[in-house]
Design a protein around this ligand. Structure first.
Ligand code: ACO
Length: 435
């Protein structure tokens, strides 16, 4: 047996085989078991993908034990401190941080693509006034495929880049339109003279005849900085549920806008991108500090489905580096935009109790990024049902980067997991089955 292999033995048949180890640049190696079924006549079963690598990727690296998150090698803390979201999106998509001329042309391309087709605006009329903005995000992002399918040659890198740029640029316009449709306000066109985050805030909040940016404190650097920061922190997270969904859908060669719409659907759930909205609902339900012990007990009760939202993470088992950054930003934002709402104090009290509790210590459950991000969004007057939409804006940069990466790899294969079948064995259709 060589050092770079693992031997797997099937005790039922006595057969064993050697499988090679695949090494990344850093991180845990993986056993390449592609031929396992052929060699040993078995599949692997890994419920929830606890130990299974689904692809090779050079975009993002996470070391969950040590709380490390790198985008293209750069630590998240350094990017959060020194970059804007647009620079980070460029980095994720292209592999390197942009030089000044590259950044200028990237920004200009985003501006050019930020408008949506007038016919697409009409799509919003099909949604009921109280439709959740995420349902509109899924529908409208997917329907971009109806506008840009014919001209797309997936084998052409320039076509792929164009599709990616369109999604990155249009996602803020679609997001703001989803919000405005839900409150019955007229849509605001993107402004070509504004930055990415400023433009989004303007499309969200400005009213006809007024220019939101010019007359409100949202141009405040603290708000723009906070938005940039949250977008950076949420921009990518390697093979999470939504990115894996985008990759799986894309493995069939499907239209990229439809694949990203699938990713948006996966992100919506409270175990993933819906967590920050769920954190605020949970804090509102708890209401006051004296009720915290009751809810901690519920979270620990195996028979109670309640979980402490914003706590725990599949990969980070000591701390979520993004949570440390958002916690600091929370203070900064609340100082600038003070609120009567005692949610932040309640969140801090809950955090303190949970961090000292044996159950949470033993299971290594710490606050994740979304424990604080909702509080920041709330202070910035972003409505709660838009929180996951904010996540969509940020994660679009990651999804399109992964899509471009996988589409450029030679020898792509359709993603097709196996199963352990637990239904009936073959049985006959009898007279009794006839109605
Ligand atoms: N509250 C109470 N108990 C919890 C929590 C929680 N938030 N999270 C995990 N546990 C417990 C589980 O009940 C389980 O207990 P057991 O070992 O006695 O069965 C144990 O901790 C391990 O939990 P799993 O669900 O197996 O961990 P998994 O890695 O599958 O789940 C997840 C991770 C989904 C994030 C989970 O911790 C959770 O539901 N957290 C709340 C939702 C949330 O905040 N999601 C946002 C994630 S960050 C993001 O998507 C950007």
């Amino acid at each position: 047996m060589t050092k770079d292999t693992a031997t797997i033995r099937n005790n039922a048949t006595g057969k064993e085989s050697e499988f090679s180890l695949q090494h990344g640049t850093v991180g845990t190696p993986a056993i390449d078991i592609g031929s396992l079924n052929k060699e040993l006549g078995v599949f692997t079963f890994d419920h929830g993908f606890m130990s299974t690598a689904s692809c090779k990727s050079a975009i993002t690296y996470i070391d969950g034990e040590n709380g490390v998150l790198l985008y293209r090698g750069y630590p998240i803390e350094q990017l959060a401190k020194n970059s804007t979201f647009v620079e980070v999106a460029y980095l994720l998509m292209n592999g390197e941080l942009p030089k000044a001329p590259e950044l200028a042309s990237f920004k200009s391309e985003i501006r050019q693509h930020s408008m949506i087709h007038e016919a697409l605006r009409v799509f919003f009329n099909g949604f009921h006034y109280d439709a959740h903005p995420m349902s509109m995000m899924v529908g409208v992002m997917g329907s971009l495929s109806a506008f840009y399918h014919g001209e797309l040659d997936m084998n052409d890198p320039e076509h792929r880049r164009n599709s990616a740029m369109r999604m990155l640029a249009k996602v803020t316009t679609i997001a703001a339109a989803s919000y405005r449709h839900s409150v019955g306000w007229p849509f605001i066109y993107p402004r070509l003279d504004l930055g990415y985050c400023e433009n989004f805030l303007n499309m969200m909040f400005s009213l006809p005849g007024q220019n939101y940016i010019d007359q409100s404190n949202y141009i405040d650097p603290v708000a723009v900085k906070a938005l940039n920061l949250l977008f950076i922190l949420h921009a990518d997270h390697e093979q999470n549920a939504s990115t894996s969904t985008v990759r799986l859908a894309s493995s069939t060669g499907a239209n990229p806008y439809a694949c990203v719409a699938a990713g948006i659907s996966a992100l919506w759930g409270p175990a993933h991108g819906g967590a920050n909205e769920a954190v605020l609902s949970m804090l509102a339900e708890i209401g006051t500090v004296d009720r915290i012990p009751e809810y901690i007990a519920k979270a620990k009760d195996k028979n109670d489905p309640f979980r402490l939202m914003g706590f725990g993470h599949r990969v980070y088992k000591n701390f979520d580096p993004r949570a440390t950054i958002t916690r600091d930003t929370c203070y900064e934002v609340l100082e600038k935009f003070p609120s009567e709402d005692p949610l932040f104090e309640l969140a801090l009290a809950l955090e303190e109790v949970a961090l000292k509790d044996e159950y949470f210590i033993e299971k290594k459950l710490y606050p994740n990024v979304d424990f604080y991000s909702g509080i920041i969004y709330k202070a910035l007057k972003i409505p709660e049902d838009m929180f996951t939409v904010m996540f969509v804006i940020a994660r679009t940069a990651g999804w399109v980067s992964h899509w471009m990466e996988m589409m450029s790899e030679p020898g792509q294969r359709i993603g097709r997991p196996r199963q352990i079948y637990t239904g009936y064995g073959a049985r006959d259709y009898t007279e009794a089955d006839k109605r």
